[in-house]
Design a protein around this ligand. Structure first.
Ligand code: SF4
Length: 339
């Protein structure tokens, strides 16, 4: 069924193909945006969108803006700016935000069932009915951690998994998030990013501040034992397996180390080659698929690099959670002793 969406509807769900049609119909393209300094207003709005995404707000609400086209274009430009900085945490932050935003409009604000149905159909999730094929269920839930979304905990009948309405919306939100993670970073010519350099610097600052807020300054003494072992080996110039280098690089990048600092971590090895190491590090930290995020404890174990496991490890499933908890505990101790 063909459905007619108003501009405001498209602004609620700017990932729809209708958004690209609106942008093209108004004569906007990468070429026209980079070629016209009057488009600063749109780029500023994209930076603000990323700034909003980077703020940790609980119970966030969204309202309609006075200029729905600005909302639509700022979504597209935010994707471009975040792609230019090639930062996985930044991309993950924007993807989470966009998924939350669309979920909010769809579940809280939307009154038109035809529009709801259209969004579900576009994302290949059943809107009516109360079940989904188990294959699609596995595809949609593989990035969810909740036990309730594990197939072993579900009723399975004739290859179908039953779903309630709340769960359908949660799957939809996750689908929007993973879709963006799959799409980003966009493959852009260097000249495009160079053209946006002023706005890209703003975005870099926003994401760096967000990382500091989330993880604080890098503190090696709070590393989990596995990362500590890899880090010590790296700075001593010892050999690291590919999975060890990968785990260490993605971990250090996520907690806020830039490429230069990470490269210098590996610089003591007798076989150190700055060009090869730079290429490897930049390749790992700029990839746009989930396969390039910091590995979980389960993956670390599979690769034999979960070493030095201690009692605190029992409370986590990811080295980053270990680090976050340790930093938080340390902060509390510092606050208590300074009172
Ligand atoms: S359990 Fe996890 S955090 Fe602890 S050492 Fe192993 S991989 Fe690292």
């Amino acid at each position: 069924m063909k459905i007619r969406l108003e501009l405001q509807d498209i602004a609620h769900y700017p990932f729809l193909k209708e958004a690209q049609e609106v942008i093209a119909a108004r004569g906007f393209s990468l070429a026209t945006i980079t070629g016209n300094s009057k488009n600063k207003e749109y780029l500023d709005a994209a930076v603000e969108r990323i700034r909003d995404a980077a703020q940790s707000k609980k119970g966030r609400v969204w309202t309609d803006s006075d200029d729905p086209f600005l909302d639509i274009l700022s979504y597209g430009l935010a994707r471009i700016l975040i792609s230019c900085i090639k930062n996985r945490s930044g991309i993950a932050t924007l993807a989470r935000y966009e998924a939350e935003r669309a979920f909010y409009f769809l579940q809280i604000i939307e009154t038109n069932d035809d529009i709801r149905q259209h969004i579900f159909r576009e994302l290949d999730i059943p809107f009516s009915g109360s079940s989904i094929s188990y294959i699609r269920f596995i595809e949609l839930t593989q990035t969810l951690r909740e036990d309730s979304f594990r197939l072993v905990n579900r009723d399975l009948s004739k290859g179908q998994v039953s779903l309630n309405d709340e769960e359908k919306y949660l799957l939809l939100r996750e689908r929007i998030r993973t879709l963006l993670l799959e799409q980003l970073p966009l493959d852009l010519p260097d000249s495009v990013c160079e053209h946006f350099s002023e706005h890209i610097m703003d975005v870099q600052t926003i994401i760096a501040e967000r990382t500091v807020e989330e993880y604080g300054d890098v503190d090696e003494s709070r590393f989990p034992p596995c990362i500590h072992a890899l880090y010590e080996a790296a700075i001593a110039g010892k050999y690291l397996t590919h999975s060890g280098r990968f785990a260490l690089t993605t971990f250090l990048h996520t907690i806020g180390m830039d490429a230069t600092e990470i490269i210098s971590t590996f610089s003591q090895g007798s076989d150190f080659n700055i060009e090869i190491t730079s290429y490897q590090v930049n390749h790992i930290i700029s990839q746009g698929t989930d396969g390039y995020t910091s590995p979980s404890c389960a993956t670390m174990m599979t690769h034999g690099i979960c070493s030095g496991k201690n009692a605190k490890c029992k409370q986590v499933t990811h080295p980053l959670s270990y680090y976050r908890k340790e930093k938080k505990a340390n902060k509390k101790t510092v606050n208590m002793t300074s009172k």
